[in-house]
Every structure is written in C-alpha cells, then in structure tokens.
Design a protein around this ligand. Structure first.
Ligand SMILES: O=C(O)CCC(=O)C(=O)O
Length: 281
C-alpha cells in the first residue's frame, strides 16, 4: 500500500502543491505545519477535553465518537491558534476560496490498543468537481503503520470503492507529529487501529466555503475565552460576522453597529448559559 507524499509546510509553494494534490488525489500532507510549543498546548487541550466530555458518553454515543470532542476550542484557546496559522489556513483558502470558515473542530484519538474507523466520507453533500469542505488534520503524535494511520482512497467518487479496491489503492498517512493533512470532504477514508501502548491523537478542523452553514454557534461556544480579543481573521473563520438578527429590533439596528452588536449579544448569551445545570440524561 502506498503512502501520501509529504510536502514541507515551510515551502513557499505549499498552497499550490496542496491545491494540486487535492485536485489530483483528494488529499495532501506536509511536515512542519505546527511548532512544538503549540503541539504541547494542543495535546493538553485534547486530553483535558476528552476527559471533560466523558460525562456525555453515558448517553448512547457510538464507539467511533469516543475520543472526539464536540468542539475542541471550547476546552482551550490553543485550538483557536490553529485558525491563525497561515501554514494551515492558506492552503484551505487556496482549495476552497479566500476566507474559508470553520464548520467544526474536534479531536481524533485512537487510545492505546484501540480505535479505528470503517471506510466513510465526512460530508453527504455531492458537488462533482467542486470542493465544498476540506478537512485539516493536525497530527499531535506520530502516525505510523502501528499507531493507526488514516488511509485515503485516491479517487473522489460518489459511490464507495469496493473493499478490494480500497485495500489495493488506498494511501496511508504516515507522518510525524506536527504534520498536517488536508483532505476533500468527499474522499473515502478509514483509519486502522492503534496497536501500540500509547494514544494516537490529532485535531481535525473542518473548513468550508464562507457562505456555508456552520455546525455550531461559535461565538457562544467560545464566549468564555475572551473572544473579543481574537484577531479579525480568526473571528471571521469562526463566523463572528455571520450572526443573524433574531428580532425586528436587531434587524433594524443601524448598519454601522449591527454586526458588532449582534456579536456582543451572542457572546453575552454564551457567558450566561447555564451548562453546569444541564446533565446528560
Ligand atoms: O482518526 C483518523 O485517523 C480518521 C478520522 C476520521 O476518519 C474522520 O474524522 O472522519
């Protein structure tokens, strides 16, 4: 089985290379996309988030969802630093269009001696020849044959490839921690189980074209992280300029202040949300 060719995230040609790789085989990867300091912070946020969300796992969540938090930035601002990282975001804009936004961001953890997902695509939207959504995986641990690599079928097709075709042609993501992998939302992929005695962790940011709907109300989800101080481009990727009026009064707010005021109210609502009182049934 082949492997995904690794680019270098510091190559000035990275955006063009990622756009070409995604157009040709639906997937691209590069080493050196995230520095060691941020990697350490992200590992900590992922470990803390997975543990904190364990309370929700008392409900009927399929095993594939374990190790996957609902919204990683909720657990720490380091996750938002990924949205400010040009080595990750510029290739997304090159494949999608300038100003691509975040659909969701989660963790992908294969615990020691566990994990693995069957072949699937990440989005049900089919638009032949057009990329609506792009996954960006940031590797927090080394992906090797043993730690449970992701495998991608190198042809973006509407129908799933046969199991034989997938086994014969899928490309394995084998890359060190700090690497990034960009993949078409409609690419067929799976992941193998982790056979080592250490966890294999990654972050997945799902980026979409700027006019598409996001999965979550992000200003409210990150209200506790002082989001007013985020750089404007990060606020944009979080959809802070896309809040809809919810009343006539909000609709008729003066043009010059409407966006800001809707954002202020949204963050204020997030800050007063009483999540603590809501326990899973
Ligand atoms: O964890 C992995 O390697 C793959 C995860 C995956 O398939 C997905 O998020 O859709």
């Amino acid at each position: 089985m082949g492997v995904i060719p690794l680019r270098s995230a510091t190559d000035p040609e990275l955006c063009g290379q990622v756009a070409r790789d995604v157009a040709e085989r639906g997937v691209a990867a590069a080493t050196g996309a995230v520095d060691d300091r941020l990697l350490d912070e992200l590992r900590e946020v992922v470990d803390r988030g997975v543990e904190a969300e364990d309370v929700w796992n008392t409900m009927d969540r399929p095993p594939a969802e374990l190790g996957r938090v609902v919204f990683l930035p909720h657990h720490g601002r380091a996750a938002l630093d990924l949205l400010a990282e040009p080595r990750l975001m510029q290739p997304c804009d090159a494949v999608l269009e300038p100003g691509s936004i975040l659909y969701t961001m989660t963790s992908l953890c294969h615990p020691a001696h566990g994990g693995g997902r069957p072949v699937h695509v990440d989005t049900q939207y089919v638009a032949p020849g057009f990329v609506m959504g792009l996954g960006v995986m940031v590797l927090l641990d080394d992906f090797t044959a043993a730690t449970g690599p992701t495998r991608f079928h190198p042809e973006v097709t509407v129908e799933a490839p046969s199991p034989e075709d997938f086994e014969r042609r899928a490309l394995r993501l084998v890359a060190p921690a700090g690497s990034a992998c960009w993949f078409h939302g409609r690419i067929w992929h799976d992941s193998l189980p982790n056979t080592t005695d250490r966890a294999r962790r990654a972050v997945l940011a799902a980026m979409v074209r700027p006019y598409l709907r996001q999965r979550l109300d992000m200003p409210r989800m990150v209200a506790h992280l002082n989001p007013e101080s985020l750089p404007t481009d990060v606020q944009h990727r979080l959809g802070f300029d896309k809040i809809l009026p919810g009343s006539y009064e909000e609709y008729f707010l003066p043009d010059g202040i409407r966006k800001q005021e809707l954002l202020r109210r949204s963050i204020a609502r997030g800050r007063t949300a009483d999540d603590a009182g809501f326990t899973p049934g």
